[in-house]
Design a binder for this molecule. Sequence first.
Ligand code: NAP
Length: 247
Amino acid sequence: MLLKDKIVVITGASRGIGKGIAEVFAREGAHVAFTYSSSEAPAKQLETELKKYGNKIKAFKSDASNFTDCEQLAEAIAQDFGQVDVLINNAGITKDNLLMRMTEADFDDVIRVNLKSVFNMTKAFQRGFLKQRSGSIINISSIVGVKGNAGQANYAASKAGIIGFTKSIALELGSRNIRSNAIAPGFIETEMTDRLDEAVVQQWRDGIPLKRGGTVEDVANACLFFASDLSSYVTGQVLLVDGGMLT
Ligand code: NAP
């Protein structure tokens, strides 16, 4: 029960890593408010599922890339849940292509959903954090934001931007006991990667020192550290959860 009665907000938790974080956090005693942008049915199903832990759980339809949506979300959550302790900016998309073929819309959409969303949400929730003089912000970046990746210039730029944002907020808000850290997952096996050719996936696994892809629980457990008081003296950091891939 590392998060007993902490109030946590997670963006994009209708599936994948966000869903994994919501599950681990609910099990650890947190009250969880999570968002989705269009996947209503899986979000409602997760809401019902997580109620078995006996905490307050609620799914909100809210577009993290929309500034007004995020402000309204912060108000709704404050009324419904009270003061938020942890914000996890997880929502993200990819629109991969070589630069030669990448359209302006592909670039703008990925920057808006992956990076501007982090600004929108942090700005919307910082007022509460400042008032209570505590808070933990966890931003989901990627090893691609550290290393770069051919065919993902838009995604890599958004994820590198998240790291700069995370460190700046750590410097800006540290004196108010508000922490800001990033997690950079490597190759995480989700429903998305299930669709890839097994031979390609095996090649990825073989190239990782720990010889396996990561699980959503691996990422959720790293979030658990940053969300809990175990990390109360840790801010401005980027934790690679990649099985040693970038080592
Ligand atoms: P995913 O399975 O595609 O899930 C993305 C989630 O974000 C969904 O719940 C989706 O809900 C939500 N979402 C998308 N756009 C949104 C928006 N504008 N507003 C609110 N919610 C939105 O992705 P994932 O693999 O779990 O990835 C989660 C995060 O980890 C992303 O930031 C990703 O870049 C990062 N990451 C993933 C990996 C990996 O290997 N999977 C590696 C490194 C980093 P809707 O369907 O309702 O839009």
